[in-house]
Design a protein around this ligand. Structure first.
Ligand SMILES: Nc1ncnc2c1ncn2[C@@H]1O[C@H](COP(=O)(O)OP(=O)(O)OP(=O)(O)O)[C@@H](O)[C@H]1O
Length: 455
């Protein structure tokens, strides 16, 4: 039901306007005899449309329009005596239409209908724009991310089960929500649960729900997340942490598409797409029998791998500038300049917290950083020299060739000693001192490891 406010000082004309609009059964109408009275009404109500006379006793219709500013409801001005300049001014201030007295019924109805339709469209557009702004955007133009986005575009519209792998903060949840938003289930719910953050017995209750009396505290029936996610997507984060007994229940739901609340006898059919994520080595967990192999195959239909940020250096600057703009807008602050030496520091940092760490840093710099932002604005971790050994170790989840410990140790020692000798311009005494070993022992090491000074 639409609400119309009619502001007209002549009682007869007001009644006439109401009569003409009465045929529109979906309208409720309120009449006011002055701009002051209308102002009071508008302080407490938001009409869908205002019909406003310009010549009123006391404050004029134009005064009211100016006073309301952005709060002006969709308005049609009705006047017999308005001057051209008043008409132009009213239109400039956002009035939808201008109708001259005497008013024809057809003209009035057409204008009212158009104005209400126009308003409905504007509301729809605003909602669409908000949806678009809320839609997840995967930023990245490295080869790895371009490939990932291509894969996401292929798998999103299908109902294929997806397993997302990647270190913490790489964007696993972002990818899951992207898959949902680009699927035919986008109008349905996107429900997520972190299997590592909740104790096993509570996860069971969260996922499957219970009926009243199923346990001491179960005072009412409760639907589980599978039911909540009906016609949508259920994102099971950290699936590798799920308890074995729960894995069995999950497998059953995936196999027959029904859930049974705790303490219930009734099976309920659910239509849910399951997307899961883990940073664990699930294959190792399967080998160690801590993760069910049958469940692993059920969930792993389409594996998607998100590389750690340090392995896609091309994305660091792009993401940094994107977050810088994003948070400047959000905090209504001017976008700061960035010193080139800062970018160099970002490129050479290991980003253990991945994109989440980069995002938080960018927001902090938007709020606290100087303009231009320089390396002095960065936290201590960015100024530490990288430790030599850890940098070459394989990351968690990465496949690598396993070699005997002795071979690894020799190889590491060779690399490290060569680097130190280079840093000391092949001065053996200086290098031995830095390595805290005897000069003769260093010499022996270079012999056994085959380290040679280049010509
Ligand atoms: N490629 C990207 N483009 C834009 N934002 C990203 C990208 N990757 C990650 N983010 C942002 O970084 C933050 C962390 O991402 P997300 O929570 O998806 O990571 P995660 O891998 O699920 O982390 P965890 O394993 O700790 O739950 C989020 O704010 C996310 O929007």
């Amino acid at each position: 039901m639409k609400h119309v406010l009619i502001v007209e000082d002549h009682q007869k004309i007001r009644a006439n306007l109401m009569m003409m609009l009465k045929k529109q059964t979906d309208l409720t109408m309120v009449g006011c005899a002055s701009a002051e009275e209308a102002g009071d009404h508008l302080a407490h109500h938001e009409p869908d449309l205002m019909l406003l006379d310009i010549r009123l006793p006391g404050k004029s219709g134009l005064d009211l329009i100016q006073e309301l500013g952005d709060a002006l409801p969709p308005t049609i001005v009705i006047s017999g005596e308005a001057t051209i300049s008043e008409t132009v001014e009213a239109l400039r201030l956002g009035v939808y239409d201008f109708i001259e007295k005497p008013i024809s019924r057809e003209r009035l109805l057409r204008s009212v209908r158009n104005c209400l339709e126009h308003q409905q469209l504007k509301t729809k557009l605003a909602a669409l724009e908000a949806d678009l702004a809320a839609a997840p955007t995967i930023i990245g133009d490295s080869k790895a991310m371009t490939f990932l986005v291509q894969q996401c575009a292929k798998v999103a519209p299908t109902d294929g089960r997806v397993m997302i792998r990647g270190e913490s903060g790489t964007g696993k949840e972002l990818v899951a929500s992207y898959l949902h938003q680009h699927s035919k289930r986008a109008g349905g719910p996107f429900v997520k649960i972190n299997c590592a953050a909740i104790p096993a017995n509570l996860i069971e209750d969260e996922l499957f729900g219970h009926v009243r009396g199923a346990f001491t505290d179960a005072r009412t029936d409760k639907a589980g997340l599978f039911e909540t996610a009906h016609n949508g997507t259920l994102f099971l984060d950290e699936i590798g942490d799920m308890d074995l007994s729960l894995q069995a229940r999950l497998l059953r739901v995936l196999e027959d598409g029904t859930v049974r609340r705790l303490g219930d006898t009734r099976e309920r059919r659910v239509d849910v797409r399951v997307v899961c994520a883990t940073h664990h080595d699930l294959e190792a967990a399967v080998a160690q029998k801590t993760f069910r192999q049958d469940l692993y195959f059920r969930l792993n239909t389409v594996p998607l791998e998100i590389p750690a940020l340090r392995k896609r250096g091309d994305d660091i600057r792009l993401l940094f500038f994107w977050f810088l703009n994003h948070y400047s807008r959000r905090h209504k602050l001017a976008v700061k300049q960035v010193d080139a030496s800062l970018l160099h520091k970002l490129d050479h940092y290991a980003w253990p917290g991945n994109v989440r760490e980069l995002r938080n840093l960018a927001e902090r710099l938007v709020i606290l950083g100087c303009d231009p932002i320089t390396p002095d604005d960065l936290p201590g971790a960015f100024h530490q020299q990288p430790k030599p050994s850890a940098a070459t170790l394989p990351a968690e989840g990465e496949t690598f060739e396993i070699i005997p410990l002795r071979a690894f140790r020799n190889d590491s020692e060779k690399h490290y000693i060569t680097a130190v000798l280079k840093a000391c311009a092949w001065n053996f005494s200086q290098a031995a001192k830095k390595l805290a070993i005897q000069r003769t022992y260093l010499y022996q090491k270079t012999q056994t490891l085959g380290i040679e000074k280049p010509n």
